[in-house]
Design a protein around this ligand. Structure first.
Ligand code: MN
Length: 290
C-alpha cells in the first residue's frame, strides 16, 4: 500500500443556477479538464440551500443528453425526473437516480411537487459519467436506486459505515450497473473516526465533503463543501473525520478515449457532435412533455 497524495483541494466557487431549481458549485471539470477527470466529466454540487415553499416546482425543463450517464445523488430534498425513453421517478434523501442517456434522451428534472409546497433544505450532487465509445449509441436506460438497496458496510467499533452506490468495497458490490469500472461511495464517519480506502493507482480519484470536514492522509484538511482530487501516485487514501462527516468518494478507471463535448452532448469526435445536434433538431431524441 502506498499513499495516494492530494493533487489539489478546491473550495466551492461562486454558485450558479441550473434552471431555477439547482444552485450549484461546479467542481468537474472546474479548474481541471474532462481528460484529467476521465471518466467523470461533470460534477455540479448543490450545497445546502433553502428553497421557499411554492406551488410551481422549480427545476430544469426539457433538455437533451447524448453520450454519457447522469447520476443524481439526493442528500436533502426530493426531485422528480422524466425522460423521453420512459424512465423517470422520484428520488429522496439518500437515493440515487442513474440515467444512461447513451444514444439520446430528452430529460426534465424538477423538485418534487409535494416537497415544493413545503420547501426546505435542498442538497444534491449531479455527476456525469462518460460512456466508452462502443456504448455511446446504446439504448437509454434508467436505474432508480433507493438508499435501502445500497450495500452498507459497518466500520469496526461502530465508527461509521461505507455506503456503496456503485463499484465494490471489501467484496460488497453496489447496486448501480456501470459501463466501465466506477466506484461511488458515501463514507459516513463519526468525529475522530479514521478509515482507509484503496483503489488502483491509475483510477481517477476524488472526494467531496458533503457533510463535515476530514483530515486526509494525516496532513491536509478538506473542509465541508470542498472537493479534493488525488494524484495517481499511490493506491491508498486515509480519511479522518474532524467532526461527524459524510464524504462522497469517486474512483473510476479512465476510458482514455478522445472527448468532444458541447453542452449536453459528449462524444468522441466533432463529427459525432454535429450529428447529435442534427438528430436533436430533427426530433430523433423522441418526445417529452413540458
Ligand atoms: Mn438532465
Amino acid at each position: 500500500m502506498k499513499t495516494r497524495s492530494i493533487e489539489k483541494i478546491v473550495k466551492p466557487g461562486t454558485p450558479h443556477f441550473v434552471g431555477d431549481g439547482f444552485r450549484v458549485h461546479n467542481f468537474i471539470p472546474g479548474s481541471s479538464s474532462m481528460q484529467r477527470m476521465d471518466p467523470f466529466i461533470m460534477l455540479d454540487y448543490n450545497s445546502k440551500y433553502n428553497f421557499p415553499p411554492t406551488d410551481k416546482p422549480k427545476g430544469v425543463g426539457v433538455h437533451p443528453h447524448r453520450g454519457f450517464e447522469t447520476v443524481t445523488i439526493a442528500y436533502k430534498g426530493r426531485v422528480e425526473h422524466g425522460d423521453s425513453a420512459g424512465g423517470g421517478g422520484i428520488i429522496g434523501e439518500g437515493d440515487v437516480q442513474w440515467m444512461t442517456a447513451a444514444s439520446g434522451v430528452l430529460h426534465k428534472e424538477f423538485h418534487e411537487t409535494e416537497w415544493s409546497k413545503t420547501g426546505g433544505e435542498f442538497q444534491m450532487v449531479q455527476l456525469w459519467v462518460n460512456l466508452p465509445a462502443k456504448d455511446k449509441m446504446s439504448s437509454p436506460k434508467y436505474q432508480a436506486i433507493t438508499n435501502a438497496e445500497m450495500a452498507k458496510i459497518q466500520l469496526p467499533d461502530g465508527v461509521g459505515e461505507v455506503e456503496v452506490i456503485a463499484g465494490e468495497y471489501k467484496g460488497n458490490k453496489g447496486p448501480a450497473s456501470t459501463f466501465s469500472p466506477v466506484n461511488m461511495f458515501n463514507v459516513k464517519l463519526k468525529k475522530g473516526a479514521k478509515t482507509q480506502l484503496t483503489f488502483p493507482a491509475h483510477y481517477t480519484t476524488a472526494i467531496l465533503a458533503v457533510e463535515g470536514s476530514v483530515k486526509v492522509n494525516e496532513s491536509n484538511n478538506v473542509l465541508e463543501n470542498h472537493f479534493a482530487l488525488f494524484k495517481n501516485d499511490g493506491d491508498t487514501i486515509t480519511l479522518e473525520a474532524l467532526e461527524d462527516a459524510v464524504i462522497l468518494v469517486l474512483s473510476g478507471e479512465p476510458l482514455n478515449e478522445p472527448i468532444a463535448a458541447h453542452g449536453p452532448f459528449v462524444m468522441n469526435t466533432k463529427q459525432e457532435l454535429i450529428e447529435a445536434f442534427q438528430d436533436f433538431n430533427t426530433g430523433k431524441f423522441g418526445y417529452l412533455e413540458d
